[in-house]
Design a binder for this molecule. Structure first.
Ligand code: OTU
Length: 650
């Protein structure tokens, strides 16, 4: 949009900057800057307009955008243009993700290159390497306490190693996902060190207070994120002689986005990694970006303005790069991280679907899809140009953050039901063989979350110990069912490292002084490469899971109806153990696919007539793409296998 005030300011800024910049090839940059500048100006003004230094700060921001564009390689600039032409490219069903810790997976970045064939064998083409930036040893929160945002951790390599890896991935048409931990820094970051030394400029990068009066006000309404390990949201710094806001661990200092300098620094860092080949940037803990007294300091409107502004800036310099919002919050809130609309108020193209993840575990525990059915309906429709990151496990805990109303609608009492799930997954109920542990128990309100590897939560560890073949089979079926679900539901499926070979809980963290206080390390083991070899040995657990998953992935990529275009319709069946939805292709050219899952351990009957009334399953023989076999529909019902998954062409 053209608007005089912002445009004439832009002209002033560019006239000054052009004196310094001789790059002639800025045509695409200028058209994008022109297109987005009014939005950038307005958002920056809403956030920082009252400050005396508003203009010089905006000037600095534009300079960062230009400089980052000049540093952007011709091949990445070309990729930006290609993606501009095909802007829905990431909604395609071909994308399948994998998240890993570099050190645990492959030792280092060089080693990771040797493991790409393993990932390709599985069908992976989106690789999320969890934070690899410089962190203090022992005070790293698994990489989420960054000391230097532009330096790779010595343990895993150098920036040249990353560049090489990024180039290798590009050749393989695999997307690279990197983290930018936008909400906080390590207390050993240069900014924190200068703040501690008394530098006012850098104290303003954080939330720093002389005494408890402000912290106490904040604490009245702020929940605790790590109540066991890091109670409270403020930490006393003896050197600085001040309190500093630390929502996560006490060594993770929250950045203060009320200071535009912080915003500009972080935009520079996002663009730095975009220029090192990241196709997608995962923005950590975005719900926390703005703190306000009297609120939970999560999901504040300004947090959204910051993300919109980050997106607008990134689109000027590196428009091909996508953002993932890591916001583990209620569905009505998480949906807002896509932005209000895809053109004027866009934020992140991708968001973690934590609600779906937790609901899937609920369905496994209850063997029913009742809550899943209610709660999925309360996840509002996403924007057209946005997609979910669907996952079963990740490096974090599982929070039981369902909506109380949905739990009640499903016929359960919320507190009791959460307790049931917690008991189930921590192996405390007699009929559960799941083996997780409670994470983040909050003694004040009784809340707790769940840690544990997918396979152990699915009962595999106990089943193997008991040498119970039937239970082993059920666990494998659970693992495949959960993955089948995220591959078919719509969105980018994200597989967690180790899960494709049924990796169990790892107790090694208890021997490590740096890890033993954070039991999420139980599901962050070193990848066992010997075990991966077993995937080639027929009949092994590893082979059954890996080949099952590999086949599902290959099949997903063939099914155009699995691309994510809001092309899903849920179908409610009478049978509470079954979950059913239809995926269709917007063009109507391709067959629809009816997805049916059975969460129960026994066979269930599906009445065909109810589906026929909906215009589905009209023929007497249909193809199940999942098992690659025909299904006979001449009877009035189909028998649905225990924990079975069907992708039926209809
Ligand atoms: C994220 O986590 C990371 O994924 C964690 O590994 C980090 O410890 C944390 O940020 C701090 O950097 O902030 O928006 O329930 O889901 O801490 C959600 C715990 C987060 C995590 C939560 C999450």
């Amino acid at each position: 949009m053209y608007e005089q005030v912002s445009h004439s300011l832009l002209n002033d800024i560019l006239t000054e900057i052009e004196v310094e910049i001789k790059d002639a090839n800025l045509q695409y940059f200028y058209t994008r800057l022109g297109a987005n500048f009014y939005a950038i100006y307005s958002l920056f003004h809403q956030l920082y307009g009252r400050r005396d230094d508003f203009k010089p700060q905006l000037h600095q921001l534009v300079k960062v955008l230009i400089k980052s564009y000049i540093a952007r390689s011709p091949s990445l600039r070309k990729l930006d243009l290609t993606r501009e032409k095909n802007h829905n490219w990431f909604l395609d069903q071909q994308w399948v993700g994998y998240a890993l810790y570099c050190k645990e997976f492959s030792g280092d970045l060089k080693g990771l290159q040797n493991k790409l064939s393993y990932l390709q064998d599985l069908g992976i083409n989106v690789l999320h390497i969890m934070p690899i930036l410089d962190c203090p040893k022992g005070k790293s929160d698994g990489g989420y306490a960054v000391r230097d945002f532009k330096k790779i951790n010595n343990d895993v390599g150098t920036i040249e190693d990353l560049d090489e890896l990024a180039a290798n991935l590009k050749k393989r048409d695999t997307l690279l996902v990197l983290d930018v931990v936008v909400n906080h820094t390590s207390d050993e970051h240069a900014w924190a060190i200068q703040a501690r030394a008394g530098d006012k400029k850098y104290q303003d990068y954080y939330y720093v207070f002389d005494d408890r009066s402000m912290p106490d006000l904040y604490e009245e309404t702020m929940p605790e994120i790590f109540p066991e390990n890091a109670p409270g949201n403020f930490t006393w710094d003896a050197t600085m002689d001040k309190w500093v806001m630390t929502v996560f661990n006490e060594y993770q200092w929250d950045l203060n986005y009320q200071n535009p300098a912080v915003f500009i620094e972080m935009v520079g860092i996002i663009l730095f990694w975009a220029n090192h080949g990241a196709d997608v940037i995962r923005l950590d803990a975005v719900a926390f970006l703005w703190k306000k007294i009297g609120s939970t300091c999560q999901n504040e409107r300004e947090a959204h303005l910051i993300l919109q502004l980050m997106k607008d800036c990134c689109q000027v310099t590196a428009p091909g790069v996508l953002f993932i919002a890591e916001a583990i919050v209620a569905p009505v809130e998480v949906i807002k991280y896509f932005g209000e609309d895809a053109i004027n108020a866009k934020e992140c193209e991708i968001a973690y679907n934590a609600t779906l993840m937790a609901l899937l575990w609920e369905a496994v525990a209850t063997k029913k899809s009742t809550l899943l059915n209610y709660a999925i309906r309360s996840i509002p429709d996403k924007l057209d140009r946005a997609t979910w990151l669907n996952y079963v496990r990740c490096h974090d805990d599982i929070g039981l953050g369902f909506d109380d109303n949905d739990i009640r609608l499903a016929g359960y009492e919320p507190t009791l039901h959460r307790q049931f799930l917690l008991n189930h997954y921590t192996g405390q109920s007699p009929d559960s063989i799941a083996r997780g542990i409670a994470f983040g128990t909050n003694k004040k309100n009784g809340d707790a979350r769940i840690a544990g590897s997918l396979a152990s939560l699915a009962g595999l560890e106990t089943a193997i110990e008991k040498n119970d073949l039937a239970a082993i089979n059920r666990s494998i079926d659970t693992i495949l069912l959960l993955h089948g679900f995220i591959l078919a539901f719509g969105g980018i499926p994200l597989i967690y490292y180790g899960d494709a070979i049924g990796t169990l809980n790892d107790q090694a963290y208890l021997e490590d002084d740096y890890k033993k206080n954070d039991n999420r390390w139980i599901h962050r083991p070193a990848m066992n490469w010997q075990q991966t070899e077993l995937r080639a040995e027929k009949g092994t657990i590893e082979q059954r899971i890996f080949s099952g998953l590999k086949k599902m992935i290959a099949t997903r990529k063939e099914i155009t109806a699995f691309a994510d275009h809001n092309n899903r319709e849920l179908i409610v069946l009478d049978n509470p153990h079954l979950f059913c939805f239809v995926r269709f292709d917007g063009t109507g050219r391709y067959p629809r696919v009816l997805v049916i899952c059975n969460f129960d351990h026994s066979e269930q009957q599906l009445d065909i007539s109810s589906l026929r009334k909906l215009g589905l399953l009209q023929h007497n023989s249909v193809k199940d793409l999942f098992a690659d076999e025909s299904l006979d529909l001449s009877a009035s019902f189909i028998n649905i296998r225990p924990q079975g998954m069907y992708w039926i062409e209809t």
